[in-house]
Design a protein around this ligand. Structure first.
Ligand SMILES: [Zn+2]
Length: 342
């Protein structure tokens, strides 16, 4: 089945709505949806504003002021089918009376896939892969995560200009400036899970929560996973935030990421010391490096951000793709990607 000209135009519009300035910036993907009534007149639009808000299809159904019997839905991402939840977008579209659906990108994630199958079973005409490249590029991290069947992993490092994360005595507080700290809290809020190590948590005494500059909690808080088998007291600040914290004493980091992916944690932020950071890098489990550098020097007695990568000559040095470089107050943030499809 192929889309009509009107449906192609509607898909372009759905893509624009998906990228609305108020749309989700993670950890949920951006999605846009247009509903067209059976006489071909425009009915309603919807987009996903982020976790805790209705999905794009539900937002569009809620915005419709006329009957949707016999209507067509045009949506950038396959409607979800959540067998673990009472309702999902695929069933809601059928119940609303939609008889035809035009889909951009398929959803291959473990928990949400199956919407297309359900719609077909219910007798809905399904057109797939419409402007799929454009739709896939709305959420590059989501697309990469589905392709690799692992979360999209961003490793965040905050270092001195000479690549040190702490001084010789372990002190590291306030290397970076306030704008860089706000930036990191936004990264946490945009992530589904945050991986750190028990050891780093003990040294930093950090809550590992996403907070506004006034200290209040942001609406989305990541699941916190602490890697390592060191003892950590229940009184540690990380347990005082109300956020979910899991301990992972195993050393098999790929196993951890597979498990997170299967539980629909598709975007992971890593904030860790050199041991965990280096292990993830050497196992090629990092998609993106977010490296914040402050105009501070610590010298070679400081703790380096990254340990031995096994590089003995310059031709072996890693050269990830430089995606962007910005100023954050006095600091710089370089975003480097190991995933070339982006
Ligand atoms: Zn949905």
């Amino acid at each position: 089945m192929i889309p009509t000209a009107a449906e192609l135009i509607a898909m372009r519009s759905a893509i624009d709505f998906a990228m609305h300035p108020e749309a989700a910036i993670g950890p949920n993907p951006r999605v846009g949806c247009i509903l067209i009534s059976n006489d071909g007149t425009y009915v309603a639009q919807g987009f996903h504003r982020g976790r805790g808000y209705p999905h794009a299809e539900i937002a569009a159904i809620n915005n419709a002021e006329t009957s949707l019997a016999g209507a067509t839905a045009v949506v950038t991402l396959e409607p979800c089918l959540r067998l673990d939840r009472e309702s999902s977008c695929a069933t809601a579209l059928v119940e609303a009376g939609i008889t035809r659906i035009v889909i951009g990108q398929s959803d291959l994630t473990a928990q949400a896939a199956g919407g297309i199958e359900l719609l077909k079973q219910k007798g809905v005409d399904v057109v797939t892969n419409v402007l799929s490249d454009e739709c896939s590029s709305i959420n590059p991290w989501f697309t990469v995560s589905m392709a690799q069947k692992l979360p999209y992993v961003r490793l965040k490092l905050v270092t001195s200009l000479d690549g040190r994360i702490a001084a010789q005595d372990g002190s590291s507080k306030w290397i970076s400036s306030a704008p860089a700290r706000d930036y990191v809290h936004n990264l946490r809020s945009q992530s589904s899970a945050l991986i750190s190590s028990v050891r780093s948590a003990l040294v930093d005494q950090s809550q590992l929560s996403a907070r506004n500059s006034d200290g209040s909690k942001m609406p989305n808080q990541p699941l916190v996973v602490l890697v390592g088998s060191s003892e950590i007291s229940e009184k540690h600040p990380v347990f005082q935030t109300g956020n979910t914290v899991e301990l992972f004493p195993d050393r098999d980091l790929r196993k951890l990421l597979v498990d997170l992916y299967q539980r629909q944690h598709l975007s992971v932020l890593v904030e860790a010391g050199p041991t965990l950071a280096t292990a993830l890098l050497k196992q090629q489990l990092v998609n993106e490096l977010i490296w914040i550098t402050a105009p501070v020097l610590m010298g070679d007695t400081g703790l380096p951000a990254i340990g031995d990568l096994g590089i003995d000559t310059i031709s072996s040095a890693w050269r990830p793709h430089l995606h962007s470089r910005d100023e954050l107050g006095l600091d710089f943030v370089n975003i480097l990607q190991f995933t070339t499809e982006l």
